[in-house]
Design a protein around this ligand. Structure first.
Ligand code: GCB
Length: 900
């Protein structure tokens, strides 16, 4: 008994070698079930014009490929695209052809596809097996009697065209989404054989035929209910028995039961397993997994089939006031969202990539994952169980229930689309049912976004239908969804108000304050409190929040200007996404979330950058940059360390801003994420300061106003973690020009602009009051700054005129005492402005130095640069400048303060 799983594995390997090696896959030993991967030696062609005539081809000239495979490996967001000009990725048809040998025709054989994107048609030896619609779930075909002894030809047409019309009039979910839908056989294909036509269900929506639940649980005893579905196509239905056993990690059978199977083509038997002193699956603290084994034996005692899976005994309980409980213990979910892609591989990933991704999730200290926005590979759920990660599993019902074209044409939601949603939901629930990590079924993401057509709600009835189906399939797990716009701050035709609260058992909201939405942590917190009050019985979570971060974008002050992204109307605008701004967002938002005990969990959007072909942002094209880790998994961005310091028990001491190496300002704040008892900061070997844990709210230690040295600055943070000391160092340089002088681009969030005369400008900094604003929000994404200034010819200098600080504002600029020339750059940003509409004065150290400035009058026209200069004496280590309006707002484009 003990050795059987190992034996089964060995036999599967032997079969794999036989089949993949081209030799016959003769039945080995008496293993009940043999699974043979069919991953090598495929032929592939991407050809939109090829029709079913392909059935007759021999694949000559097709490319040799191995699974997993997609034709969008490189075009769907990768290093192949540099810069912001991302290209759309290829959507069309691919054909896959495999020749393989069997030397006997098996008694019972099924072909299993772990996933094919998006619609797959399958032929075996020229005969059509059928179609599967949906990119994310497994499916099978019964090939008994169709599989030949000798050579077999398997042909698969996979289609990821958009929209999925043409020869497939059926709409397939999802109809929208901010992610790429890579095409191909991007997961595994295998052949399943069993010795008889009686077996555990293989024809049940790709599921395993075994459904197990923890019915009651106490420290003394757990009762498990195991339901097994048997398919029996034998001509003579002689007696069948099911045996279920729960085996612990030491190989001991801790509970067993057996039951006779009713004689029928489709039969279900229910068994009860009572486990004394159960060892529960307690999330990341103790992800204990038994093995659940279900055997089907005939009346001669012959083993006909076996399904064996890891099984965790556990119970979740969601409470609207107190959050989540796992096995009676409170568990706040510290979660992250994940897509299933990887740079230069797109969706063609395997266990190695999944394990590497989830290892990073665990390294950061997260205890939950939302596998967005669709079912991921089975291995992802297995690995999450093994690591103890609680899982949000999701149906790909994203953004809309009706294509814009159908809406325009006045068409109703195609019934086939509803059927497809139902089918994908059924497949997801049945295939993933036994995973202890899965705590909820999400039926939708942001469907309120496209939730109305001509003013009519096209989404709520669909949500109700899916909720009901999910409850029918699995009464034990709560349903949820990720809301888009209940209480959306900006409402318009594109974003109708469509409340989605109150439909599912539990609920969660996607909100992007400090990114797409106005307001920070306080606004976010207030919105959550309103939802909590409005739906007091519905446990509430946060399914998404986050901010983009490009490694090549840095800032001196995250509040200096506006970050870029798509604007509220879906247009892409100038895109600055400094890493330091993302840190700021996570610090602010997480503070508001962490304070709210009623939340059952929160999920960062997202753990990794991911492919989204329509986006024009970040370091490489076609990616969404909100990952805490880069698309290639190589770089942990600064906010990763914020969460790690807050969530992980591993010692963390990390200096932020390490990629901002060429510094613009001599004086800077140094931020250290650390969970140490004490953090010491040293600069070029000199002690700068010490912070105790109590001085570092949210594990964020700030050393304000550190003065850098000219040249090389080696900063060292020493975290004293009890016995362990963690030393983190960064190296920054300060050029002599920047050590002596200050060059500041007002209203800009991005640092590092270098003027035509070679001065490095920092982003807006040292200000009090006012607001930094780029001048042309709607400018195209390249060149980086869209403003055209009449009298500035050099593009490098144009950048310094592309934003303003405006309002009533001032600057307190740290400077060594001495005499300086101050040069201030102004332009009138309002192209319609008339002389007299804007007038203000500039004071330095309390003395008016520029009186009654009227830029339009002085420049002769708006959008025309002028400069004003004066000399000052700094005597107390700081220069104070004040911009005081008399009419309209004061504005400033840039400033230079140069030592005389
Ligand atoms: C969302 C969506 C997610 C997007 C994300 C974003 O609300 O659910 O799919 O990728 O926002 O980054 O805009």
């Amino acid at each position: 008994m003990l050795r059987l799983p190992v034996a089964v594995r060995a036999i599967a390997l032997a079969a794999l070698l036989a089949c993949e090696g081209g030799a016959s896959g003769a039945a080995a030993g008496d293993a009940a079930r043999r699974t043979t991967p069919l991953s090598a030696r495929w032929k592939f062609v991407q050809d939109d014009a090829l029709t079913a005539a392909a059935v007759a081809t021999d694949g000559t000239g097709w490319q040799s490929v191995a699974l997993p495979h997609t034709w969008n490996q490189v075009d769907a967001a990768s290093t192949a695209q540099t810069g912001p000009d991302s290209k759309p990725y290829k959507r069309g048809r691919g054909w896959y052809r495999l020749e393989f040998e069997r030397n006997t025709a098996p008694a019972n054989a099924w072909l299993q596809f772990d996933g094919a994107s998006i619609v797959a048609d399958v032929w075996l030896n020229g005969s059509y097996l059928g179609r599967h619609r949906g990119a994310f779930t497994a499916f099978r075909f019964d090939v008994t009697g169709k599989l030949a002894a000798g050579r077999n030809v398997l042909l698969v047409k996979v289609d990821n065209s958009t929209p999925l019309h043409g020869d497939d009039p059926t709409a397939v979910a999802p109809l929208g989404g901010d992610f790429n839908m890579a095409g191909g056989l991007y997961r595994g294909v295998s052949l399943i054989e069993t010795p008889a036509r009686a077996h555990l269900a293989l024809g049940d929506h790709g599921a395993g035929g075994v459904y197990a639940d923890t019915i009651t649980l106490s420290p003394a005893r757990a009762r498990l209910r195991v339901r097994a579905d048997v398919e029996d196509d034998r001509t003579q239905r002689t007696g069948l028995t099911l045996r279920a056993a729960l085996v612990d990690t030491a190989g001991r059978t801790v509970a067993a039961a057996r039951r006779t199977v009713p004689a029928a083509a489709h039969a279900r038997a229910e068994l009860t397993l009572d486990v004394a002193r159960p060892h529960v699956w307690q999330g990341v603290d103790d992800p204990y997994l038994y093995r659940l084994r279900v055997d089907l034996v005939d009346d001669a005692g012959r083993l006909l089939d076996r399904v064996e899976q890891p099984f965790g005994i556990r119970q979740y309980r969601f409470d609207a006031q107190a959050g989540l409980f796992l096995n009676g213990r409170p568990l706040r979910l510290h979660g992250v969202n994940l897509h299933q892609d990887w740079q230069d591989k797109a969706w063609a990933i395997g266990p190695r990539e999944i394990d590497a991704s989830l290892a990073l999730v665990r390294e950061m200290g997260a205890n939950a994952v939302r596998l967005a926005h669709y079912p991921h590979a089975a291995h992802a759920y297995d690995e999450a169980d093994r690591l103890g990660l609680v899982v949000w599993s999701e149906l790909p019902f994203v953004e809309r229930s009706l294509t814009p074209a159908d809406c325009k044409a006045g068409a109703p939601i195609p019934p086939a689309f509803l059927d497809n949603l139902d089918e994908q939901l059924r497949e997801m629930v049945r295939q993933q049912y036994n995973h202890p990590g899965i705590a909820m079924w999400s039926i939708a993401n942001e469907v309120a976004m496209g939730g109305t057509c001509r003013g009519a709600d096209t989404v709520t009835p669909v949500l109700r239908r899916l909720h009901a189906l999910a409850k029918q399939e699995d009464p034990g797990r709560p349903t949820t969804l990720a809301d888009f716009n209940e209480d959306y701050p900006i409402v318009g035709p594109m974003f109708p108000v469509l409340p989605t609260g109150g439909i599912t058992d539990i609920w969660a909201v996607n909100r992007y304050h400090l990114w797409y939405y106005p307001g920070g942590g306080a606004a976010f917190g207030a919105a959550l409190d309103r939802f909590h009050a409005k739906y007091p019985a519905q446990p509430l979570g946060v399914s998404e929040y986050g901010a983009g971060a490009a490694l090549s974008h840095q800032t001196d002050n995250p509040l200096g200007g506006l970050v870029g992204s798509m604007d509220m109307h879906g247009r892409t605008r100038v895109v600055w996404q400094p890493e330091g701004y993302a840190s700021h967002v996570h610090e602010q938002i997480y503070a508001a979330l962490a304070r709210r005990d009623y939340l059952w969990g929160t999920f960062v959007w997202s753990m990794f950058d991911f492919g989204s072909g329509t986006r024009h942002e970040g370091d490489i094209g076609g990616t969404n940059t909100k990952g805490l880790v880069t698309f290639d998994r190589a770089t942990r961005k600064d906010p990763f360390w914020f969460y790690k310091a807050n969530w992980s028990s591993a010692p963390v001491t990390y200096i932020t801003g390490r990629r901002y190496t060429e510094r613009a300002y001599r004086t800077t704040d140094v931020r250290v994420y650390s969970n140490a008892a004490t953090v010491h900061l040293l600069l070029n070997g000199r002690a700068i300061g010490t912070r105790a844990a109590a001085d570092c709210p949210q594990r964020t230690c700030v050393f304000a106003h550190v003065t850098l040295d000219e040249g090389t600055n080696r900063l060292e943070a020493r975290g004293m973690h009890g016995g362990a000391t963690v030393v983190d160092t960064v190296q920054w340089t300060l050029a002599p020009d920047n050590a002596r002088n200050v060059y500041l681009a007002a209203g800009q969030i991005a640092t590092g602009l270098v003027s035509a005369s070679g001065h490095r400008y920092g982003s807006d900094n040292f200000f009090t009051g006012g607001q930094g604003t780029p001048l042309e929000l709607d400018s195209p994404y390249g060149p980086r700054f869209g403003v055209r200034v009449a009298n500035v010819a050099d593009a490098r200098d144009a950048a310094l005129w592309a934003a303003v600080r405006h309002g009533t504002f001032g600057y307190r600029i740290p400077l060594p005492d001495g005499r300086y020339r101050v040069r201030l750059g102004f332009l009138e940003p309002d192209r319609e402005a008339q002389p007299g509409a804007r007038r203000f004065r500039v004071d330095a150290g309390g003395t008016t130095r520029i009186a009654d400035l009227d830029i339009v009058a002085a420049a002769g026209a708006p959008a025309t640069a002028i400069e004003r200069a004066f000399d000052v004496e700094v005597t107390d280590g700081s220069l104070r400048l004040d911009f005081v309006p008399a009419a309209g707002e004061a504005v400033l484009s840039n400033l230079a303060i140069e030592r005389l």
